[in-house]
Design a protein. Structure first.
Length: 188
């Protein structure tokens, strides 16, 4: 093995393992990476696998909290309803979770009500939902499991809170671009 240059190991003349070859961006669909911005395909692949992993985590964490029959949307709706412990309108839940199909959230609320986790009511003509005692307890148990199994592991990686906040801000920024592009595609 030859001596490594400054770009390979960080120190001039230090021994380095063989440099990893550049394969280009890691994508799920090479044909989408053929355009002018292949890094966007790399971002989308990361988004796909992170999204699927997140939804799997949400359902399994809630199952560990004692509610195995809930979908990831059911769990997210429950957390949204419990947020700040006050009743939420269906339209507000959809807006916060960026769910376009209100019937999906409506079905989740019915399922959560049948499970005794939310109660429904009315505010004028609009339907509302509030977490029951059992719903609040389920959310709090989920939080405990999240602290032990997810957050502790992330903390041990040395990830800086500011970095996580920057990533979250970028994801919100990108959601706006995807929403705008979807409106444009509808009118295309």
């Amino acid at each position: 093995m030859s001596k490594a240059g400054p770009d390979e190991a960080g120190k001039p003349g230090s021994d380095a393992k063989m440099a990893m070859p550049s394969f280009g961006p890691v994508v799920s669909s090479a044909h989408l990476a053929e355009g002018a911005f292949p890094e966007m395909s790399e971002f989308e692949f990361g988004l796909i696998i992170a999204s699927n992993a997140f939804h799997r985590w949400v359902t399994r964490a809630m199952a560990a909290a004692g509610y195995a029959d809930l979908s990831s949307l059911d769990v997210l709706v429950l957390h949204s309803v419990y947020h700040r412990d006050r009743p939420k309108k269906l339209a507000d839940i959809c807006l916060v979770l960026n769910v376009e199909d209100t019937h999906l959230v409506s079905y989740a609320l019915k399922k959560l009500a049948r499970a005794g986790l939310v109660s429904t009511g009315r505010s004028g003509k609009e339907k509302t939902a509030a977490a029951t005692e059992a719903g609040a307890a389920a959310c709090n148990r989920y939080r405990e499991i999240r602290e032990k199994l997810l957050l502790r592991g992330i903390d041990e990686t040395g990830q800086e809170p500011d970095q996580v906040s920057q990533i979250a801000m970028f994801l919100r920024f990108m959601s706006g671009h995807y929403d705008q592009a979807s409106r444009a595609a509808t009118a295309f």
